[in-house]
Write a protein that binds this ligand. Structure first.
Ligand code: 4AD
Ligand code: MG
Length: 515
C-alpha cells in the first residue's frame, strides 16, 4: 500500500485540501472523533488547521490498515494517507478516502470525552481542552482580531508603543493593585498603560499600546480576569467626540472583518449573526443621565421600555420552560412505550439532552431577571453601572452603545471635567449589546496642570509618583484623548462564550493560577 501511494502523495493540511482535490494527500493530526458502521470507520481528524472526516473502508484497505483504524482512540496521533474527495456535506468541504495509516501514539484514555463535562474539570484540563472544536474556534478568532487591530491602527498612521508592566503608581484606583517587590521597593503590576501612552502620544501624535494588564478583582464574575490584554490608543489634539468616533470606527472595522472572513468559526460557535449584520448602523450616543432614565424605565428607546421589556422577557422565559418540559415528557413517554427503532430512540434522547440544556440556561435567566429588575429599581443616580444594569440598558439596542458624560466621583482622576457642568467628566464607556456590557472605557484627559494637581490630591494619590506625568502638562500641554479596549471582553462578545475565561488560552482569575 505504502509504496503504491508514496510517489504521488503530498503532505498538506486540512485547510489546504482545496488545492488538492482528487489527489493523494497525507494529513498529520489527531483523532477528534470516531464512528463505525459495518465495514467502515469514520475518523474525524483535526490537524490544527481544521477538521476533516476520513473514511476507512474495509474493502479498500489492507487488513493491517483496517486493524489500525479499529485501534485508533480519541486524541491518538496519526498520519493519514488517502484521496481528497470533494464533499459539500463536510464542514471543510472535503473527505479523505483512506489508503494508509501511520499511528504515532495510541491514547489509552483521553480525559475529555465527547460528552458534557463540568466547567471546573475543563479548567483543570485547560491544556487539553484547548484542542476541542469550540475552544479552537475562539482562539482562531482571537488571533485574527489581534492582527486586525494592528492593521486598523497602522493603516491610520498610529505608532505602536509599549508601557512598562512594573509601575510605581496606580492608574485606575488603588483597590485592584497587585503589589510586588521591585528590588526592595513596592511596585505594582500595570492596571493600564494609559499614562505612558499619553507620554508617547506627545512624541508621536497618535499611538497605541497592546499589552497585558492586571487587576486584583477578588470576586468571581463572568467578565473579570486578573490578567487581561488591553489596547490603548492615545491621540494628541483629540477631544471626546473625536475619541468616540474612533471607538465606533474601530469596533465596526473588527466586527466586519470577522464577519467577512471567519464564518466557519462563527458557525462552530453557533454565533447569532444579527449583531454582525447590524454593525453598519451608527452606534447610539447617550449621556449617563439618559442611561439611568432608561434603566429605571423613565425613558423609552424607539417605543421600548426597559422594565416592560424585561417583564416580557421573563414571561417568555417561563413559557418556553413549560414548552420544553412538555416536549421532554412526550418524548420520554414515546420511548417508554417501546416499538421505536434504535435510530429514533437515539434521536429522541439527543433531543431531550438539548432541551434539558436549554432549560438550564432559561432557568438561569428566570433567576436573574427579577434581580435585574430589583437592581434597576434601587439604582441611585451617581452610582456606577453594574454588569446587570448594562444588560438592562443595552437590551433595547441592537448595536453597541456609547454612554458619555459621567459623574466625576465614579471616574478616574485624569478625566477632564465637562465644561458645562463641573460635576461630570468627559469620559465614555462603550457597552456591547446581548448582555456583554462594557468593552471600552475612554476619556478626554485633563490637560491643565493646576487642575490635574488638584485631582491627584482629591483622589489621595501620591504626588511624587506623578511628577513625571505632570511634566506632560508643564511642557507643551495639548487637548488629548484615548481609550482602552478590553481585548478578552471584545473576544467574549464576538464569540458569544458565556465566560471570559474561554477567551484566553490560560486564564488567570481569582482562584485560578494553574495550569
Ligand atoms: O475602563 P478601564 O478601567 O479604563 C482604563 O483602564 C483606561 N486607562 C483606558 C484608557 O483610557 N486608556 O478599562 C478598560 C477596559 C474596560 O472597558 C474593560 O473592557 C477592560 O478594560 N477591563 C477588563 N477586562 C477583563 N478583566 C478585567 N478585570 C477588566 N477590567 C477592565
Ligand atoms: Mg471602565
Amino acid at each position: 500500500m505504502e509504496t503504491k501511494t508514496a510517489a504521488a502523495m503530498v503532505k498538506t493540511t486540512i485547510r489546504e485540501l482545496t488545492n488538492h482535490e482528487a489527489q493523494m494527500v497525507c494529513l498529520q493530526g489527531w483523532v477528534s472523533n470516531k464512528r463505525s458502521s459495518k465495514a467502515l470507520f469514520f475518523i474525524e481528524l483535526r490537524d490544527g488547521s481544521g477538521f476533516c472526516q476520513c473514511v476507512v473502508d474495509q474493502n479498500n484497505v489492507s487488513e493491517e490498515v483496517f486493524q489500525k483504524a479499529k485501534d485508533l482512540s480519541l486524541a491518538s496521533s496519526v498520519r493519514i494517507t488517502g484521496q481528497a474527495v470533494k464533499d459539500d456535506r463536510q464542514i471543510g468541504g472535503y473527505e479523505i478516502k483512506v489508503e494508509d495509516l501511520d499511528v504515532l501514539q495510541i491514547v489509552e484514555e483521553y480525559p475529555i470525552s465527547n460528552k458534557a463535562h463540568g466547567i471546573e474539570f475543563l479548567m483543570e484540563k485547560r491544556h487539553l481542552w484547548l484542542r476541542s472544536r469550540r475552544q479552537w474556534a475562539v482562539m482562531r478568532i482571537r488571533s485574527r482580531v489581534k492582527f486586525t487591530i494592528h492593521k486598523f491602527f497602522q493603516e491610520r498612521g498610529f505608532i505602536q508603543t509599549d508601557a512598562p508592566i512594573f509601575t510605581g503608581a496606580a492608574c485606575e484606583g488603588t483597590t485592584t493593585l497587585f503589589e510586588t517587590d521591585f528590588y526592595g521597593d513596592p511596585a505594582y503590576l500595570s492596571q493600564s498603560g494609559q499614562l505612558y501612552a499619553e507620554a508617547t502620544a506627545m512624541a508621536h501624535g497618535k499611538v497605541y499600546t497592546f499589552g497585558p494588564t492586571f487587576r486584583a478583582e477578588k470576586s468571581k464574575t463572568r467578565r473579570h480576569l486578573s490578567e487581561f490584554w488591553m489596547i490603548e490608543p492615545e491621540m494628541a489634539y483629540y477631544d471626546l467626540d473625536m475619541d468616540m468616533e474612533l471607538i465606533e470606527d474601530f469596533i465596526r472595522y473588527i466586527v466586519t472583518d470577522i464577519y467577512e472572513n471567519y464564518k466557519p468559526e462563527l458557525e462552530i460557535l453557533e454565533r447569532d449573526l444579527t449583531l454582525f449584520e447590524n454593525i453598519h448602523k451608527p452606534f447610539p450616543k447617550i449621556t449617563y443621565d439618559d442611561a439611568i432614565k432608561i434603566l429605571k424605565g423613565k425613558k423609552d428607546v424607539d417605543g421600548k421600555n426597559a422594565i416592560q421589556t424585561l417583564e416580557n422577557d421573563l414571561a417568555e422565559v417561563k413559557n418556553r420552560i413549560e414548552e420544553c418540559k412538555k416536549d421532554i415528557a412526550e418524548r420520554e413517554a414515546n420511548i417508554a412505550a417501546g416499538g421505536m427503532k434504535k435510530g429514533a430512540v437515539n434521536f429522541n434522547k439527543n433531543k431531550i439532552d438539548t432541551l434539558k440544556q436549554e432549560i438550564s440556561k432559561l432557568e438561569e435567566k428566570e433567576r436573574n431577571i427579577p434581580q435585574w429588575l430589583e437592581s434597576a429599581k434601587n439604582f441611585q443616580h451617581g452610582e456606577d453601572l453594574g454588569g446587570s444594569d448594562e444588560t438592562v440598558i443595552t437590551r433595547l439596542f441592537d448595536t453597541p452603545v456609547m454612554v458619555y458624560k459621567w459623574p466625576k466621583d465614579i471616574k478616574a482622576f485624569y478625566m477632564k471635567r465637562d465644561e458645562e457642568d463641573d460635576n461630570y467628566v468627559k469620559g465614555v464607556d462603550c457597552l456591547a449589546p446581548e448582555g456583554f456590557g462594557e468593552i471600552v472605557g475612554g476619556a478626554e484627559r485633563e490637560d491643565n496642570l493646576d487642575l490635574l494637581v488638584e485631582r491627584i490630591k482629591e483622589h489621595d494619590l501620591p504626588m511624587e509618583a506623578f511628577e513625571w506625568y505632570l511634566d506632560l502638562r508643564r511642557y507643551g500641554s495639548v487637548p488629548h484623548a484615548g481609550f482602552g479596549l478590553g481585548f478578552e471582553r471584545l473576544i467574549m462578545w464576538l464569540t458569544n462564550v458565556s465566560h471570559i475565561r474561554e477567551t484566553i488560552p490560560f486564564p488567570r482569575y481569582y482562584g485560578r493560577l494553574f495550569p
